[in-house]
Design a protein around this ligand. Structure first.
Ligand code: SF4
Length: 95
């Protein structure tokens, strides 16, 4: 059985997006001061975080896989993270 690459496997997931109700917020000041912001852009498997030209970290929360890695790795106070409300968020189709 061929598993395919990570991107093709992730593409099989579906998402119930809670528009306008993010479950992830970055404290830009603390994230910048601690290096957490740049670190987040490198560790997230779903590429939820992106560093903008002005150094702020943008969040594409709809793509979150709810693995919790960012929450575990972020400096204290730099990130607010919780699971999406109710039945919202990712639905895994494989793996
Ligand atoms: S929980 Fe996982 S997938 Fe979601 S933003 Fe954090 S590192 Fe990325």
């Amino acid at each position: 059985m061929q598993l395919g690459n990570v991107e093709s496997r992730l593409a099989k997931n579906s998402y119930e997006v809670d528009e306008g109700n993010t479950h992830i917020e970055v404290n830009q000041e603390i994230a910048r001061a601690t290096g957490t912001g740049r670190m987040l852009t490198k560790i997230c498997p779903a590429h939820v975080y992106r560093e903008e030209a002005d150094g702020t970290i943008s969040v594409e929360f709809a793509a979150c896989l709810e693995c919790g890695l960012c929450f575990q790795m972020a400096a204290p106070g730099s990130l607010i993270w919780h699971y999406p409300e109710g039945a919202m968020g990712v639905r895994f189709r494989e793996g």
